[in-house]
Design a protein around this ligand. Structure first.
Ligand SMILES: Cc1cc2nc3c(=O)[nH]c(=O)nc-3n(C[C@H](O)[C@H](O)[C@H](O)COP(=O)(O)OP(=O)(O)OC[C@H]3O[C@@H](n4cnc5c(N)ncnc54)[C@H](O)[C@@H]3O)c2cc1C
Length: 388
């Protein structure tokens, strides 16, 4: 009997023609252009400048920037595809592209005046890296306890204070910076600004030496009476907390994408290795214990990926996604750590040496449970949604 065709919502993992073409082009780029550089960039803790230029040419640095401003005119889901595919090869490149799209451009698109959009979106899509500066030494999870001050001075604001752990800071030309106009007002004093690298009184400070994502720069920012034109205010004065909360809710889905890409990279490497490596006269992938470990990892990656795609597609559909974003970040980062750890085990001694790719995936995985809200903070968000 012929099966009746019923119209249903497409499965989460089925890509439109345009999503598939985009994924294939990013995947091809990652294999051909990034893979040969991964080891050297990690060793030197430096992102290749020509590679960044190529990322602009590929069109992944302004994914959601409308074509009218010189961008690719894509959707949030395209950013997720790009971050996942890049992170499958190098999670450091994944986070560079993630911060650019899901935090910096996202905040400008949502909160920027027409003037800010005109001045910054075309640059971000064509040649300028962006960074997003919220955290400080004394305010990480408790982000709104930040102490960087902003005061009004005629047609300028004057910023003073320090930011810590700012991704992309070495390469960035444009920084979204959060400061308080009135510490006594608590979170209602927090205000967002767009600060250019050459703003008077602004310097990029010490670069951190890290466990993982070493090619991604993480630096201190110093504001010493830094003058920012009033027209660079992002959103209303005192509403910076809204800018931060809303962009970070979306940014978390990007970190989920980074982590499922990383997990897939580690798993693909492990699958290739267990088919080749022989012990006791046969490929180690022929032992049932190894087969089950690989199968378990496939289960975990598949589950994590569905949560990431679901959160991203909810966001593009204009539906609430707060819980789903927290769920996808926590699950993907835990799965990434477990799968990368399994990959190291399955590579045996080779898993522990830098000649093979999996020790780096293992080091890179750890950050997923820390930045853009630690796992404890994600659990807090989820608990608040379900318990009220
Ligand atoms: C590589 C890297 C890149 C980063 N990039 C950026 C960036 O681009 N921009 C930016 O603004 N920041 C960035 N950060 C900062 C990052 O977001 C913070 O490190 C993170 O939010 C955690 O803050 P913290 O380090 O102060 O840890 P803390 O807040 O001190 O937390 C320490 C521990 O205490 C737990 N904890 C804290 N409060 C609670 C609570 N209420 N309940 C239960 N547990 C709690 C945490 O879960 C964690 O386990 C980056 C950090 C790193 C390491």
């Amino acid at each position: 009997m012929a099966r009746e065709t019923v119209e249903t919502t497409p499965p989460l993992t089925v890509f439109t023609e345009d999503e598939r073409l985009f994924r294939d082009s990013v995947r091809e780029f990652a294999e051909a252009r990034i893979k040969p550089l991964v080891r050297e960039m990690d060793d030197q803790a430096r992102m290749s400048a020509p590679l960044i230029q190529q990322l602009f040419e590929l069109g992944v640095m302004g994914i959601e920037v409308p074509e009218a401003y010189g961008g690719a005119g894509g959707r949030f889901f395209h950013s997720v595809i790009a971050v996942e595919e890049l992170s499958r090869v190098d999670p450091s490149v994944g986070v560079l592209v993630d911060v650019q799209n899901t935090l910096v451009i996202n905040a400008l698109l949502r909160w920027g005046t027409e003037d800010l959009k005109q001045r910054f979106l075309a640059r971000l899509a064509s040649d300028s890296v962006g960074a997003y500066a919220l955290s400080e030494a004394g305010s990480g999870s408790d982000a709104f306890a930040l102490t960087t001050r902003a005061r009004e001075d005629g047609d300028h604001f004057v910023l003073s204070g320090r930011k810590l752990w700012i991704t992309n800071a070495s390469e960035a030309a444009v920084f979204i910076v959060f400061a308080t106009l009135d510490p006594s007002a608590g979170y209602r004093g927090i205000t967002a600004f767009v600060v250019e690298r050459d703003a008077p009184g602004f310097t990029v400070g010490k670069k951190e030496d890290k466990l993982g994502i070493r090619a991604s720069s993480t630096c201190e920012l110093l504001f010493d009476d830094c003058r920012v034109p009033r027209s660079n205010l992002l959103g209303e004065p005192g509403k910076g907390y809204k800018v931060a909360i809303e962009t970070l809710n979306e940014g978390r889905i990007g970190i989920g994408a980074q982590m499922i890409g990383l997990a897939r990279g580690a798993l693909d490497a492990a699958i290739g290795y267990v088919k080749e490596r022989k012990q006791f006269g046969k490929a180690i992938g022929e032992f049932q214990a190894v087969q089950h470990q690989i199968a378990r990892a496939v289960v975990e990656v598949e589950a994590a990926r569905l949560t990431v795609y679901n959160a991203a597609r909810l966001r593009d559909a204009g539906q609430p996604f707060l819980t789903e974003a927290a769920v996808c970040k926590i699950l993907s980062s835990e799965v990434a750590e477990r799968v990368a750890s399994l990959a190291v085990n399955l590579f045996g001694g080779n898993g522990f040496v830098k000649e093979y790719p999996v020790e780096k995936f293992y080091r890179d995985a750890k950050i997923g449970q820390i930045y853009e809200g630690t796992s404890n903070l994600q659990l807090q968000t989820i608990a608040k949604q379900v318990l009220g």
